[in-house]
Design a protein around this ligand. Sequence first.
Ligand SMILES: [Zn+2]
Length: 186
Amino acid sequence: MNYLRLINKENPLGKNYEAKNLVKVKIKTGGNKIIYLEKKTYKQVKKLLKEMNKHFDTEIVIDSGYRSYNYQLNLMRDLIKEKGTKAFKSLAYPGTSEHQSGLAVDIGFYKDDNYVPKFKVDDFLDEFEWLRKNAYKYGFIVRYEKDKESITGYIYEPWHIRYVGRLAQFLYENNLCLEEYYDFFE
Ligand SMILES: [Zn+2]
């Protein structure tokens, strides 16, 4: 399993990529959705959420994980209907999403037992700040940071974390996104 694989518009997984080692998520999910994740990613995100939930009244859960090519295609079609071409800024084109690898997780929230389906960044500033500072301890990076929008090509998504394993600490401490890592070191 290549946990460092760079997945973006220029480096797509493509239509025929099959995610490996997917397991079904058995802890609470946003809206009780059925979610699958790559095995190690799941193991680590469970640890992360267990720790994170000790710090907040809000309940933090897994909101999205593996998405197939066709699922992403349908999401994109829906979003284009709703937002027009703006959709391309906030959702990965089918074949280019990290979610297709099973290595990406979106976190979601329950506030007073109510599922918060839309990601309202301003309502969870403390939670996202904690995640930014601690995700690396579990092998994750916050993939789409505010100051990296021009490099990643995506708007700030503080809820989207990507499992990369040990490299996470290096990326966090040097404020590098995955694209920069590949530019500088690979
Ligand atoms: Zn995501």
